[in-house]
Design a protein around this ligand. Structure first.
Ligand code: SAM
Length: 445
């Protein structure tokens, strides 16, 4: 039986600004990091802090097995430290890979993008569509135009109204011109710039932190916004020389690492896995994933979800078996039972609610599989930092994620050095304090 570990250090992680502030991108960090981020991203200063605490330098190799938009790998590259990432969500993986590709000549990238932009503006002009400035808010009659759109089955993959018809038309024209007139060597950077604008200036999404549809814009500048973004990228590329520091992100599942990474490769892990919080992370990146053609069918979306550690009931499948890894863990079994008992007590009967207990077991089972797979890849003495948050999303039953993860790690032969406090949040439903923590582990080998 595993004993729950309570090796907590209340010595605050420094600096420890409260809530949102601690996650914000500092202005000096915008180059490369800001090419594309999502609400799940952690801040580069947190990565820096642990690189320093672990005394990592250019002779070491860092891993982020849940690399998201690549914050750890980008920060390592900026500091001349070799690193590798693993990410299962194709859009996030693509973003990370592009953010560490500093090879394009910025002048050529800009010139090529201008050619594409001019071609797109020309097509739009012929159709009588302006892109220089927004039409009157809310009054543009899109039905006046023959607008391009997506096939109905693809449109269904998007969050309803996440992009209005006129901006969508412009995005499709721009993408077509990119294919037709742009040089292939610049396409990835150009696509990422479009992804960034889709979630900021072009689409109707708002993030708070859940993704939702906000005020619907009848129109929005697309080509100009995209070209502005390319300008920023070019400025960043001009500010550095690509020193060839290895920085690679694999599109893969961190529960299957053996064969992907060499044995005894990694000196430090700095990462933030998903939390068991009922958020469907594939929704966060849905608009750009579909418009950039990373997801082209319901089946592909399902495959994407299957490659993720289970953290919400919309991503649970009948043949999932990760829960087998935690049948012997009393705390996880207790939580799953408490959730199920509470569900029955409250008379909640939806299919999703019935899965709350199971998804909790699948989540910790998936994390167990990951930590087990990681062991041969670590060098003896490797240090690990896992940023995780407590949750009370399942009928208000408290899940102390950091403590449980530490307990699992111990059972797999890791040493728990301490648990740092990153920040606290107040749970809206229970008004209880939820800790976001950094679990510090050591692999002795
Ligand atoms: C909290 S986010 C990480 C954010 C990242 N630190 C950043 O700054 O962008 C967790 C990430 O884990 C990814 N993920 C979930 N399950 C995975 C798996 N089995 N293998 C690899 N990545 C996975 C998700 O797609 C998500 O991008």
């Amino acid at each position: 039986m595993n004993q729950l570990l309570t090796v907590q250090s209340d010595k605050p992680y420094t600096p420890r600004p409260s809530g949102k502030e601690s996650n914000r991108l500092h202005s000096q960090d915008t180059p490369f990091h800001d090419w594309y981020r999502f609400v799940l991203s952690f801040p580069p200063h947190l990565v820096r802090d642990y690189l320093e605490k672990f005394q990592i330098d250019s002779g070491h190799q860092v891993l982020d097995p849940f690399s998201g938009t690549g914050t750890t790998v980008v920060e390592c590259k900026k500091r001349g430290i070799p690193s590798v990432g693993v990410e299962a969500n194709v859009m996030a993986w693509f973003a990370g890979e592009v953010k560490v590709d500093w090879t394009p000549d910025p002048d050529k990238l800009l010139a090529d993008s201008r050619t594409v932009a001019e071609a797109a503006l020309e097509v739009l002009k012929k159709e009588g569509i302006e892109d220089e400035q927004m039409f009157g808010q809310g009054y543009t009659d899109a039905s006046m135009y023959q607008l391009r759109t997506l096939p109905p089955d693809i449109l269904k993959l998007l969050l309803t109204d996440s992009i209005s018809p006129l901006p969508l038309h412009k995005v499709l024209v721009l993408s077509e011109c990119q294919e037709k007139y742009g040089k292939p060597e610049f396409r990835r950077h150009q696509k990422l710039a479009l992804a960034k604008e889709l979630v900021t200036s072009i689409g109707n999404l708002h993030f708070g932190p859940e993704v939702g549809v906000g005020k619907k814009k009848s129109d929005a500048p697309v080509v100009a916004a995209w070209l502005d973004r390319i300008h920023v990228m070019c400025q960043d590329l001009r500010s550095v020389e690509d020193s060839g520091i290895p920085a690679k992100i694999y599109h893969a599942d961190s529960r299957n690492l053996v064969g992907l990474l060499d044995p005894c490769l990694i000196d430090a892990v700095i990462t933030s896995p998903p939390y068991p919080n009922e958020k469907d992370y594939t929704r966060t990146t849905r608009l750009e994933s579909v418009l950039l053609e990373f997801i082209t069918s319901k089946e592909e979306l399902r495959e994407l979800k299957k490659g993720l550690v289970r953290s919400n009931t919309r991503g649970v499948y009948k043949d999932d078996t990760d829960d087998k890894w935690v049948t012997e863990n009393p705390e996880i079994q207790r939580i799953a039972t408490a959730i199920e008992d509470r569900r029955i007590e409250l008379g909640k009967t939806s299919g999703f609610e019935k899965l709350y207990g199971r998804v909790t077991k699948l989540y910790f089972g998936g994390m167990t599989r990951h930590l087990a797979e990681l062991r041969p890849i670590l060098r003896p003495g490797a240090q690990l930092a896992y940023v995780v948050g407590d949750q009370a999303s399942y009928l208000r039953v408290m899940i102390r994620t950091g403590e449980i993860l530490a307990d699992i790690a111990t059972s797999l032969g890791y040493e728990v050095e301490r648990i740092d406090l990153f920040r606290t949040r107040i749970a809206t439903a229970t008004k209880e304090q939820l800790r976001e923590e950094v679990v510090i582990l050591k692999w002795k080998g």
